[in-house]
Design a protein around this ligand. Structure first.
Ligand code: AMP
Ligand code: MG
Length: 507
């Protein structure tokens, strides 16, 4: 059991710092959250609360109530002065001008009791999402509905357990406050944690409005917070950009390899940390279709699975452009972004190599991987199951192909069977025991991801007031690579009659 300091009942008067204020008033607005009427602490991530040395899972009713009041922004401890930050961004490839935290309040920062649990970051920013209007709400209501809040809560924790960098979700507070979307829904607040919520769009905001002194302050701040080694480089801001490029390339390879589609890769949703940020109309692919996007607003498929790496590069170019006044030589900035493609490809190839259990690369491996993906695509084979069910396949050409694997390729089996023969030949050259390879493959090919239909099921129950299914799903997603035979139903592809993920930006 990890150590954690247990708060005494009602002791939720956390000491939040607000160093972002030191950047100056043009970077934020002080905003009191509107809070929620009769807030209830409905979901807690014990893992995330331990990162802060807290124990939100206390069953003491008064303590629970105090957490609910705090993490809905209803009652704040003395000295907590929340802010909302300003940023801009490119949305769907077009300059959107000023955006900002339209429904996010930064409560402040808390120390991480153990920085090793926190990728080495010593502090966490604690942010409420959905706690009411801010000066950046534009036409929005400052709220987030229960449906989208559960999706964000579950997915950020699930991504973390997959080993993919992401903002964390501490807890979900609910209320009966009605919120109008396509239908009437109710409001919720997710508390998110990140070492920094700085987005590409924060830099675009100050650069494109010609405020270069502010841009410089933001760059210095970001370097000090997330990549202090850059300060020693000959061109610190160039080094910052190079770091973002490298982190984003790694992140894209990780997204691609688990079939994750973010859905809205606008520059204001891209984190300087290279962490997954802002869960909206995301999905994990069921049947493999590179052109798939769950976002119905994205008619051209700009943010489809197969385009995510190219879009990341496009976004990095927008960031490079924004940083140009500080970098100086455009050639340096362009070269930094040009490193994205080889870094992404190398990371993607290395991961696919592991996912197929191929061991050290050999000539012909890239073609073998591409042929596998082609066989998957022509069958629209389930992304997660295809990789996971490949691991029990024996290298022995005489042994049968497991039925569960074969059935994924039943529509157009020919290429698949040719591929299996080649794959087996390749495995035999490697000479690794089947069992050993299976073990290694199962460590990198998850059995459980947050499939759309699973999320829909638990959301329906939560909307009826029962969060037990959400908690059970969350428990399963904490161990995505384990077999968990008792939870086989959560590993299955969606039922034939399930609706395909079709999500709008409405959240
Ligand atoms: P998103 O598409 O969620 O990344 O949001 C883009 C911008 O719209 C950001 O500035 C958000 O803060 C803002 N926004 C989204 N939904 C709302 C809402 N319900 N109320 C206020 N602002 C919102
Ligand atoms: Mg956003």
């Amino acid at each position: 059991m990890e150590t954690c300091s247990l708060p005494t009942p009602n002791r939720v008067d956390l000491g939040f710092d607000q160093p972002y204020r030191s950047l100056g008033s043009e970077f934020f607005s002080p905003v009191r959250p509107m809070g929620l009427p009769a807030p209830r602490l409905s979901l807690v991530s014990e893992d995330a609360s331990r990162l802060l040395g807290l124990h939100l899972g206390s069953t003491h009713p008064e303590t629970q109530q105090a957490w609910a009041e705090l993490f809905s922004g209803t009652t704040l401890p003395a000295g907590c002065d929340p802010i909302s930050t300003v940023y801009s961004g490119h949305q769907f490839g077009n300059w959107a001008g000023q955006l900002g935290d339209g429904r996010a309040h930064l409560l402040g920062e808390l120390d991480a009791p153990d920085a090793t649990q926190n990728c080495g970051h010593a502090r966490w920013e604690v942010q409420l999402k959905g706690a009411g209007l801010t000066p950046y709400s534009r036409h929005g209501d400052g709220r987030a509905v229960l449906r989208s809040s559960i999706r964000e809560f579950l997915c950020s924790e699930a991504m973390w357990h997959l080993g993919i960098p992401t903002t964390r979700a501490l807890c979900l507070v609910t209320s009966s406050l009605p919120v109008a979307r396509e239908r009437m829904e109710t409001a919720a607040v997710v508390t998110r944690l990140a070492p920094s919520f700085i987005r590409f769009g924060h830099f675009e905001h100050f650069s494109y409005s010609g405020r270069h002194a502010a841009l410089r302050r933001l760059a210095d701040w970001t370097i000090a917070r997330i990549d202090p080694a850059c300060a020693d480089a000959a061109n610190p801001v160039l080094a910052l950009l190079q770091g973002v490029v490298a982190r984003t390339a790694r992140l894209m390879a990780q997204w691609q390899c688990v079939g994750f589609i973010h859905g809205v890769m606008n520059t204001d949703n891209m984190s300087m940390l290279g962490w997954t940020l802002d869960y909206g109309p995301f999905a994990f692919m069921d049947g493999f279709d590179p052109a798939h996007t769950p976002n119905t607003t994205d008619r051209s498929g700009r943010y489809a699975w197969g385009r995510q790496p190219a879009i990341a590069r496009w976004n990095l170019l927008a960031l490079a452009q924004a940083l140009l006044p500080l970098i100086g030589d455009p050639r340096l900035a362009i070269d930094a972004v040009e490193a994205f493609e080889p870094q992404f490809s190398q990371a993607m190839r290395a991961q696919l190599q592991d996912k197929l259990g191929l061991g050290a690369p050999q000539g012909g491996d890239d073609a073998l991987v591409d042929a596998w993906l082609a066989a998957m695509a022509e069958n629209q084979a389930d992304w997660t199951l295809s990789f996971r069910l490949l691991s029990p396949l024996s290298a022995n050409p005489g042994s049968p192909i497991p039925e569960a694997l074969q059935s994924l390729f039943a529509t157009r089996p020919q290429r698949f069977h040719t591929w299996v023969a080649e794959y087996r030949q390749r495995l035999q050259q490697q000479g690794r025991a089947d069992a050993e390879r299976k073990l290694a493959m199962d460590l990198v090919n998850p059995r459980f991801v947050l499939r759309h239909h699973l999320a829909q099921d638990v959301i329906a129950q939560a909307e009826a007031g029962d969060f037990s299914a959400t908690r059970e799903l969350m428990a399963v997603l904490r161990h995505p690579y384990a077999e968990q035979p008792e939870h086989a139903a959560y590993a299955a592809a969606p039922p034939q009659d399930a609706e395909a993920p079709a999500l709008s930006c409405s959240s």
